[in-house]
Design a protein around this ligand. Structure first.
Ligand code: NDP
Length: 381
């Protein structure tokens, strides 16, 4: 049966790879909606190639550019942030791939859940900010939420058939470009060095998150909400080859792992094919190319963001929303070369100390926390 998908953030790293998966499975997948933030040129090109029902450009100043370019097609063109939340509700959409980066993904994801669309979730910030609320909504609207993040896809695959016998989740981490460096050495690292990930080619924000290891911290939070496991049962193993994507230790001590090349097309396709597996011609992993798979402990003293993410989970309430907003502001400032690399955890910690704690946040509390934390953190810069 043909599955009709909406791709939120189709012009990004996950979005373009989702379109590669569509091309490889054009007998099974149809694109209904494509969206971008400011990249009008690529959105137009994608619309001309995939002929979706509708496109949205979030930056409404570019509406006419997109509309004019697509005037001889049947593609409907919308603009603005609210349009993202509206298009996901279209009757013709079955599954929404959430590939927007950052907090901006939260609102359209909630809208898609309320319209009973299946969610293929790449936008981890949605669960980091509002995991408890998202779980409640998925239950209320009977909506499946399948992870795309490679680690969580691995865990999800390990749990097929036995979801309840988890003793421990072991999230693997590449360690990023600064694995093995001391705090002293991190003081002078540049934006160019931080953007050079050893194994994965990804958008700028998640690449910096990988360098600070905040990405792994955000993934611990994501895992807690996806798999219902307290953070005391989530371990991290640094695995520089990025071949073992993550593992589950079961209650009898047995460990299952999922392996493959570091290629996001695999977890993207699995999220769209589940519970089936589809044949593809993507490159295969050979053990001859990886004679050694190694594992080491993460360094919480050097990578302070990891410690802060576990502290946020200890504290609960709106604390994860605080670290997410402070991190987004700090990473953006680092990318604009306004702050040093080690200022990122310092700003996050100050925001955690300075912002008001809300123990049982509502959606409105998450929105307010995000807005106030952004203001607070920008004032510190
Ligand atoms: P990119 O920066 O490459 O792409 C982000 C996409 O979101 C683009 O289409 C961008 O549009 C759009 N976008 C950005 N801001 C907004 C906004 N305010 N409103 C609407 N659309 C917006 O990110 P990635 O693809 O790397 O990451 C996407 C998500 O997937 C993140 O949450 C990330 O953590 C997660 N993820 C990514 C992985 C990867 O390999 N890249 C792996 C695992 C998870 P435009 O092009 O116009 O800027």
């Amino acid at each position: 049966m043909q599955k009709n998908i909406a791709i939120l953030g189709s012009t990004g790293s996950i979005g373009t790879q989702t379109l590669d998966v569509v091309k490889a499975n054009s007998d099974k997948l149809t694109v209904e909606v494509l969206t971008s933030n400011t990249n009008a040129d690529l959105l137009i090109k994608q619309a001309q190639e995939f002929n979706p029902n509708a496109v949205v450009i979030a930056d409404d100043k570019q509406y006419h550019k997109v509309k004019d370019a697509l005037q001889n097609t049947d593609v409907k063109v919308y603009a603005g942030e609210d349009a993202l939340s509206q298009v996901v509700q279209m009757n013709t959409v079955d599954t929404v791939v959430t590939a927007i980066v950052g907090y901006a993904g939260l609102k359209p994801t909630i809208s898609a859940i309320k319209a009973k669309k299946a969610i293929a979730l790449a936008n981890k910030e949605t669960l980091v900010v509002a995991g408890e609320l998202i779980n409640k909504l998925c239950e209320e609207y009977s909506v499946p939420l399948i992870p795309i993040d490679s680690e969580h896809s691995a865990i999800f695959q390990c749990l097929v058939g036995e979801p309840d016998k988890i003793e421990k989740i072991i999230l693997t981490a590449s360690g990023g470009p600064f694995r093995g460096k001391s705090l002293q050495e991190l003081q002078s690292v540049t934006k160019a060095q931080a953007l050079k990930h050893p194994n994965w080619s990804m958008g700028a924000k998640i690449t910096i998150d990988s360098a600070t290891m905040m990405n792994k911290g955000l993934e611990v939070i994501e895992a807690k909400w996806l798999f219902g496991v307290p953070h005391s049962q989530i371990d991290i193993a640094v695995h520089p080859q990025s071949i073992v994507h993550s593992m589950v230790q079961f209650t009898d001590g047995s460990i299952k792992a999922q392996l493959g090349l570091p290629d996001m097309k695999l977890p993207i396709q699995y999220a769209l094919s589940f519970p089936d597996r589809w044949h593809n011609d993507f490159p295969r992993m050979s053990f001859a190319d990886y004679p050694q798979l190694t594992f080491e402990q993460p360094n919480f003293d050097t990578f302070q963001c990891l410690r802060l993410a576990y502290e946020a989970l200890d504290k609960g309430g709106n604390t994860s929303a605080i670290i997410n907003a402070a991190n987004e502001v700090a990473v953006s400032a680092f990318l604009q070369e306004q702050i040093h690399f080690l200022d990122i955890p310092k700003l996050i910690e100050k925001a955690m100390q300075g912002m008001d704690f809300v123990s049982s946040p509502t959606y409105e509390d998450y929105v307010a926390t995000d807005e106030e934390t952004r203001k607070f953190t920008k004032n510190l810069i």
